[in-house]
Structure formats: structure tokens, C-alpha cells
Design a protein around this ligand. Structure first.
Ligand SMILES: [Ca+2]
Ligand SMILES: [Ca+2]
Ligand SMILES: [Ca+2]
Ligand SMILES: [Ca+2]
Length: 495
């Protein structure tokens, strides 16, 4: 993934990798050039057997013209989602223009591109916490209520720009009913009071970790609620702790950017989908994708009921930085399909949601970071079988999110850089008035989804380094809606 200082639209062709890939190359991880583009369901067990792991698809790796074919499919679908074969665009109403209900101007010196959401002062309303960083170590925090009043500040200095996720989260880690702020500075993980930012605890980071690459809350120990903490390097080791920071286990391997904790087997403890590997709650490897894709995972997401027929079945969605792949893996750890290596298609953040009711199950929305020259950035929609349904080319494709804005139980797609919300055929439903600027040298605005007003409707928050804009979704109840609302705000990631 790249975040932070964004390359120009058409930089010199020699600059062909994102910041994350530069880091990967520096770490000696060299992208592979082989792959099994668009090969589906071709299972060869040899490599899996060799690996000694209980599962993991060892699809026969072929160098095929599939990469070029994939690229051509994208180019052919460039214009709108509706370019999908055989799909006709339904008539939509006029675009709903929405002004921000609140524009929080960030005080000078407190600019930031990382935001955590949660109730800091325990009044029942969500608050906002921005974090500045220096090489990912948190240097300054600013807490706001949703009206934009500054609740407290901690620290100073550092910069607004982010290159990766920033390790600052809001969570009630001690379970006393009030949220804490967890953040990493150089050498330490800090727990501070959500009410005033006062430091409560400071734990030394394990040897080999200067600053936590991200902070993930999970339920590894089977408690009533998640109270365990995962921290990691970028990209080769993860440590698991209980709420007292007693080490539970550690694991060395290809971690990707932001592992995803989820109780996939229903035993009350979270497994961890970590890079290309599923770890049990005790850190033991359950399966690993074999042959292992090149590079590291950008997105690692557990999706439920992707096919619409198996509500209790997890699926694993992975984008691979370096391999340029998008991979869907089933509950047994077998590749269902793999798109790529796509040559010039740097898949980054992928999300699954039901955006098309005419297609069973959920669809997958993935943003593709533009490479120099062509093809440009595009947001691409696929069905659960990996068929491309269409693409949408905003000014910049990163940091999309899904929201059920109109409350019909079907998700819409927020494209921050296009200042609006779109349906799955590319029709714009909502236009954000007074949007944040689109600087050509930055990736802003960043997008968050949260029910900021506690009315059962998710709202959109757009963040750039000088303002926080809340676009509230206040008309929804009048529509007798049945909205899908995101409820979990911790473990946010830009991947
Ligand atoms: Ca509050
Ligand atoms: Ca607490
Ligand atoms: Ca489990
Ligand atoms: Ca909807």
C-alpha cells in the first residue's frame, strides 16, 4: 500500500512501485514474476504436502498470458461499473447533495491523517482522536467530541502524513466500561485514559520492535469480550499479549500489513488471518497458502457468507503487494481463485459486501493503485467467482469504503476522491458538498464510516490534514429503512 506523499499522476515510468513496495524491496523481498493468472479450482496437492501444513492450495503455477489478458479485461471495462457484460443500468433518482453537518478545522500543529473513533469521555457519544507520527511512532494526539470541541491534547511534533497505518486505537482494554487510548511510541506501548489522555500504563515493546506497526484487539483467550493485544513488525513477526501485557505467543512469518482476527471456527476464540497464513488462537499455523504469493499481503480480510448460501462459512480475501494478486481462499485454506499476477495492477484494499442484488452473494470491491502512465487508478467490482463486473476510474481510487446510505440493506460505495457515494453500476447517489481538497501530491481525503449520531444510520467522515468533515445521513429513518450499520470502530485499517 502507499499512503502519505502521493506520486504525481504521471510520474516518470521508472517510478513503478508504491512506498510499501519500496520498503518491501529494501527488505529484500523480491516480487515474483510467475503465477497462475485466472486459473480457477486447479488444485495440486504436492506443494501442500511438502509444506507439512494441513491444507493450502498448491495450484499449479504456470507462466501464462493471463496477466496480459487480465490487464485487457480491465482496460475494456474502464469506463463505468455498468460496462459489465449483460448488465443494464437501472434508472436512479437525482443525486442527493449533502453538506457537511460539521467541519472541524484542525488547530495548527495538530494536523493529522490518522483518525480513531470511539467514545472517549464516556458520555455515550462517539468522539474522534487524531494522531500525528514520526516514522509511525505516535508523537501527538488530539481528542475532539463530535461537535469539534477539543477534549484534550497529548504530545506535539511529528508530522501529519502517514505512510502506513498509525498505531493509535480507542478501546476499553481493561473492561471497566470506559475506553482507553492505546498507542505506540518508540520503544513502548502506552495505555492512556480516554477521558483526559493521562498515561496509565507503559509497556516496553519486545526486542526487535521499535514501534508497533499497528495495534489489533482480539479475543485470543476466550474471554467474554476481546481483551488481548496483537502488535507486529512490518512484515515478519507478530506478538500476542493479554490485557496485562503478558506474552501469549509470538509468530515469525509473512505478516502482511494488518492481520485480521476472527473466530472462524466458533470456539469463542479468535483465529488470526495473518498475511497468507491462518493462525489459531494459540499462534499455531492452521494453514498457509502454498505456493506462497509473492511479496506481502496488503488486504487480509475474513468475509462471511460470500456466496450467499453459507452464513457460517468464512472466506479469506487477500491482495498481494509484490505479486499484484487478488486471491480468494475458502474455509479450508484452498485458493478458490486468483487474479494475477496482473503485471500492472496493484490491487490494494479489497472489501466484500452485497452491492448488487441481482447477483447472489456478495461482491468484491477492490481499489487499484495507479501505476505511472496507464492504466490509471480504478475501483473495480468483481463477483464472488472473480468475474470482473466493471471498473470506475476516479481521480484516485484508494480509500474507498462501503456504506448502506439509503438503508435498503444493500451497500453503496464511497469514493472519497470522487466526492460522493456510488451504486454498483457507477451511478452517483450522493454528492458531498464543500468536500476536502484533492491535492495532487497527497492521498487525501481519507474516509471513515461511523454512526456518529447514534441514530442507527452510518455517516461518512472525510479526513484531510487540516479538517475533519462529517457528512451525516439524517434522512434515513424517514425512509423506513433497514440499514446495515458498522458497529466496530477499533482495528480500523487503511489496508
Ligand atoms: Ca463521547
Ligand atoms: Ca477501560
Ligand atoms: Ca476460534
Ligand atoms: Ca443501500
Amino acid at each position: 500500500m502507499k499512503t502519505g506523499s502521493r506520486k504525481k499522476r504521471n510520474p516518470a515510468p521508472s517510478v513503478k512501485v508504491s512506498l510499501a513496495c519500496v520498503a518491501m524491496a529494501a527488505a529484500g523481498i523480491v516480487p515474483s514474476t510467475i503465477g497462475n493468472s485466472l486459473e480457477r479450482g486447479v488444485a495440486a496437492e504436492n506443494a501442500a504436502a511438502r509444506s507439512g501444513l494441513p491444507s493450502g492450495d498448491a495450484s499449479e503455477v504456470k507462466a501464462t498470458p493471463g496477466s496480459e489478458r487480465t490487464r485487457q479485461v480491465y482496460l475494456n471495462h474502464l469506463i463505468r461499473f455498468e460496462n459489465a457484460k449483460g448488465f443494464s443500468c437501472p434508472v436512479e433518482g437525482p443525486v442527493e447533495e449533502v453538506s457537511p453537518s460539521k467541519v472541524i478545522e484542525v488547530p495548527e500543529g495538530r494536523e493529522a491523517e490518522w483518525l480513531a473513533i470511539g467514545d472517549l469521555d464516556n458520555d455515550g457519544d462517539l468522539d474522534l482522536l487524531t494522531a500525528r507520527n514520526r516514522n509511525q511512532a505516535v508523537t501527538a494526539l488530539t481528542a475532539y467530541n463530535r461537535e469539534g470541541d477539543v477534549l484534550w491534547q497529548w504530545g506535539h511534533g511529528g508530522g501529519a502524513a502517514i505512510t502506513y497505518d498509525v498505531p493509535a486505537e480507542i478501546y476499553d482494554i481493561d473492561g471497566d466500561g470506559e475506553n482507553e487510548v492505546l498507542y505506540s511510541v518508540t520503544g513502548y506501548l502506552v495505555v492512556a485514559s480516554g477521558r483526559d489522555g493521562a498515561e496509565e500504563k507503559r509497556w516496553p515493546l519486545p526486542k526487535g520492535l521499535d514501534v508497533a506497526d499497528c495495534i489489533i484487539i482480539a479475543n485470543l483467550t476466550g474471554g467474554r469480550r476481546p481483551s488481548d493485544i496483537l502488535i507486529k513488525t512490518r512484515y515478519d513477526r507478530v506478538w500476542a499479549y493479554d490485557k496485562h501485557f503478558h506474552l501469549l505467543w509470538e509468530w515469525g512469518g509473512n505478516t502482511g500489513h494488518h492481520p485480521c482476527p476472527e473466530d472462524v471456527d466458533g470456539d469463542g476464540k479468535d483465529e488470526l488471518f495473518c498475511g497468507y497464513t491462518l493462525l489459531d488462537d494459540d499462534g499455531r499455523e492452521m494453514w498457509r497458502l502454498m505456493p506462497e504469493p509473492a511479496g506481502h499481503a496488503d488486504t487480509a480480510r475474513v468475509c462471511w457468507d460470500l456466496d450467499g448460501k453459507s452464513p457460517n462459512q468464512p472466506w479469506y480475501l487477500t491482495t498481494c503487494c509484490g505479486g499484484m494478486d487478488l486471491i480468494l481462499t475458502d474455509h479450508l485454506g484452498k485458493r478458490v481463485w486468483q487474479m494475477g499476477p496482473g503485471a500492472v495492477l496493484h490491487f490494494q484494499s479489497a472489501r466484500a459486501g452485497d452491492v448488487r442484488t441481482d447477483i447472489p452473494g456478495k461482491e468484491i470491491v477492490v481499489d487499484i493503485a495507479g501505476e505511472p502512465g496507464e492504466p490509471p487508478d480504478r475501483l473495480t467490482l468483481l463477483d464472488a467467482k472473480g468475474n470482473i463486473l466493471g471498473s470506475y476510474p476516479p481521480d484516485y481510487a484508494r480509500f474507498h469504503d462501503l456504506i448502506d446510505w439509503d438503508g435498503d440493506g444493500v451497500m453503496e460505495i464511497i469514493i472519497p476522491r470522487a466526492d460522493g457515494i456510488f451504486d454498483a453500476v457507477g451511478e452517483q447517489l450522493v454528492c458531498f458538498l464543500d468536500p476536502p481538497p484533492h491535492p495532487t501530491d497527497r492521498e487525501t481525503p481519507f474516509c471513515y464510516v461511523a454512526d456518529m449520531f447514534n441514530d442507527g444510520n452510518d455517516d461518512v467522515i472525510l479526513l484531510d490534514d487540516s479538517s475533519i468533515r462529517i457528512y451525516s445521513n439524517g434522512k434515513l429513518l424517514a425512509r423506513r429503512a433497514k440499514p446495515l450499520v458498522m458497529k466496530r470502530y477499533y482495528n480500523f485499517t487503511f489496508y
